[in-house]
Ligand binder design. Structure first.
Ligand code: BJW
Length: 270
């Protein structure tokens, strides 16, 4: 497998074999889309042109300057038409199609590259660029093209109250209950292309590990939560992820070996 593998020896306490895995949770962040040409948040070429995302991706910033925030998201929505899924997105879609056990792909990304690659068991915990949310009637809906300040709600027809359906700081991410359930059942937790700077996603590794999952990260550099992973593979997702998926799918799965780790009833493996 390409890249530099770092196993945190002495901290693993995990003798599981690959064939033991049945339930997988994968978390992705901006790094997985970097090789498609989308900027990450905290890199040198980070989003928001010199501003910290923490200062501008907030409901307060939107109230203060909606034109600026709409301009930013309209530009990013338009950019989606210029980029394609890369080898890492494609590999995860291949895994989704082939994996007979449970699998949940949780992305923090608001782009649509995972679904365009073909991933089905996918949720967007921080929302989606191609969705809008009407603050007048509360409806959420698909959105194509620019939104701007004067956007009209397709449901209640109110103008000027539609915002991007994006989870900003201080707002509750989507589907936390479903994510928590999947983490509590996971045998394998894999984090790809995320700095581990933003909660609650940054805490998923601790939840998964506490519940008994083997935890692997793949990132260009060790993430902020690197110490919590059993293994870190350092390198570009476009190389690491396809190689990891190939290796996983080449191993015969043996659900009977999945250990019941005392987390309540699990479906019989037989
Ligand atoms: C590659 C690569 C390649 C590059 N291959 N890798 C104090 C302490 C703890 C928490 C808080 C606190 N104060 C406030 C909070 C909570 C706050 C928070 O976490 N703040 C932090 C700044 C500290 N969180 C929230 O407010 C969240 N809501 C919340 O907590 O609600 C309450 C709650 C309570 C209990 C349970 C549940 C909830 C909401 C967070 C919303 C985040 N929104 C954003 C903007 C979305 C819109 C948009 O896209 O514009 O989401 S912020 C931004 O960061 C975006 C991302 O999804 C998110 C994570 O970033 P990500 O994906 O990790 O990107 P980067 O750039 O940071 O990292 C990329 C990585 O890839 C790097 O490591 C590179 O090296 C790597 N890489 N190329 C592999 N080719």
């Amino acid at each position: 497998m390409p890249g530099q593998a770092v196993a945190h020896a002495g901290r693993t306490g995990d003798d599981r074999r690959v064939s033991d895995y049945r339930n997988i949770v994968i978390l992705t962040g901006a790094g997985i889309s970097a090789e498609s040409g989308l900027a990450t948040f905290r890199g040198a070429d980070g989003l928001w042109e010199g501003r910290r995302v923490e200062d501008v991706a907030t409901p307060g910033a939107f109230r203060r300057d909606p034109a600026l925030v709409h301009h930013f998201y309209d530009a990013r929505r338009a950019r989606l038409a210029e980029v394609e899924p890369n080898a890492a997105h494609n590999a995860l879609a291949r895994l989704d199609a082939a994996w007979s056990g449970e699998l949940l792909l949780v992305t923090q990304n608001v782009d649509d590259l995972h679904e365009r690659a073909g991933s089905k068991r996918l949720l967007h915990m921080h929302g989606e660029l191609k969705r809008g949310w009407c603050l007048a009637c509360g409806e959420r809906f698909a959105w194509e093209g620019p939104m701007g300040e004067g956007a009209v709600c397709p449901d209640c027809t109110t103008a000027g109250q539609v915002r991007p359906d994006i989870v900003w700081f201080g707002e509750m991410p989507y589907e936390m209950e479903r994510i928590d359930q999947a983490l509590s059942r996971a045998d394998l937790f894999v984090s790809i292309g995320t700095s581990g700077a933003v909660y609650p996603a940054a805490g998923f590794v601790q939840t998964a590990r506490y519940c008994g999952a083997h935890c692997l990260e793949m990132n260009l550099e060790p993430s902020q939560g690197s110490i919590f992973f059993h293994e870190s593979l350092i390198g570009p997702a476009g190389q690491l992820v396809p190689a990891w998926v190939d290796a996983l799918l080449a191993t015969p799965t043996n659900p009977a070996r999945c250990r019941d780790r005392g987390r309540g009833p699990r479906p019989s493996a037989n």
